[in-house]
Design a protein around this ligand. Sequence first.
Ligand SMILES: [Zn+2]
Length: 467
Amino acid sequence: MTKIGLEIHCQLTNLESKLFCSCKANYREFKINENICPICMGLPGSLPRLNQEAVKKATIIAMALNCTTPDKIAFFRKNYFYPDLPKNFQITQLNIYGDTSIGGTGSVTIDNKKIRITRIQLEEDPGRLIYEGSSSKNLITLVDYNRAGTPLVEIVTEPDFESPKQVREFLNILSDLLENIGVSDPSLDGAMRADANVSIEGGKKVEIKNIGSFHDLEKAVHFEITRQESLHSRDIQIIQETRHWDDKRKITVSSRSKEEDLDYRYFLEGDIPWIIIDPEIQKELKSKMPESIISKKERYISKFNIPPQVADVLSSDKFYSDLFEESHTNDNAKEIANIITTDLMGLVDTREKREESKITATHLRDLSDSIQSGKISRNSAKNALYEIVKTGKDLSQVISKLDLGNVSDESELSEIIQEVISEEPQAVKEAKSNSQTINYLVGKVMQKTKGKADPKLTLDLLKKQIE
Ligand SMILES: [Zn+2]
């Protein structure tokens, strides 16, 4: 049986500062090597100071993944030389004197399949290497240290996945979960990365690193399974090694023999004492944990009678579920869920569009009220929404600017209905005995009013006039 395990790195992007200094955690807004200080550059004599908020956020992740949370944590130095690591060691965690990393064993169940979590650790992200030209033939490599020291959480799973598809589904759910609990924005470039280890039946464990996106991870795992199976079928031994994903050629290539923990000469970080986690703080964090995506989805279905597919989309995306939570009441919940998932989603389908979008909970409430009271049609609401997202204007302003209001003046509507009646004598005859045909006539009135006739009033008037 194929076994796949993951090491997922998630940046705590919602923090103000780096893990051990006061440089900004949001390194993305800086010019190269401008977001650095003696601590994150590892200059001699500098001392790390632990970001307490990072400890809290990492604890929340551990709790959300049902991991144990120790009352005492320790940091270790992982020694290795690489240009993106200015100190020549990374401050990370290790469970060698008992469980001293931020999260112990836990599990997540997805579609009845239990994925065990081995541990969760809090560590610093290294800097970033920038290659001039392609990575295989580059002549110049530049280093940007802005990212060095950014708070990073590593989530290690047991090899419980059996297919690339399972891996992909888990990562999608995990990234929704991390966004939902407010610790990370997975849509930011590089905020979530993952390495995988793959072994086929009777083979050795092969680690795949350097995978740029979750989409590529699925491909890399798929490639690696095929490669190992092909070797196995020809009786060629599979060696335990680390392989890199070559993004251009879409294959994995051997990079070095795998380092063992011993090679890293781990030892306790002497500049940071053992940290006692106050049980009261743990209790407080637990009590403030946001509702899980699963229970949110169940609540939407049972309380508001929202269809499961709609509830699924709505609950798993924080942007939409926050808007929904702020705007809905018992009476309009279904209508608002409908507006968000059918119309709004198409208008704000990228990060940039969401940031630029001017939509608020009040807009959604006004829109659903206006639809329910027959002031505007669903079709007009769609047009209004487009204008609102763009300009942020009040719905009433948008309705008058675009002339979207329903025709609800009886005499005006009666005239239009008379026109339709004279143009459609056959349908009028049929409509007297067939209720389906009357809908056809309503449709004709809608066409003439460009969808702005109040549907209920139109139906009432039509019934009266054809009798
Ligand atoms: Zn710094």
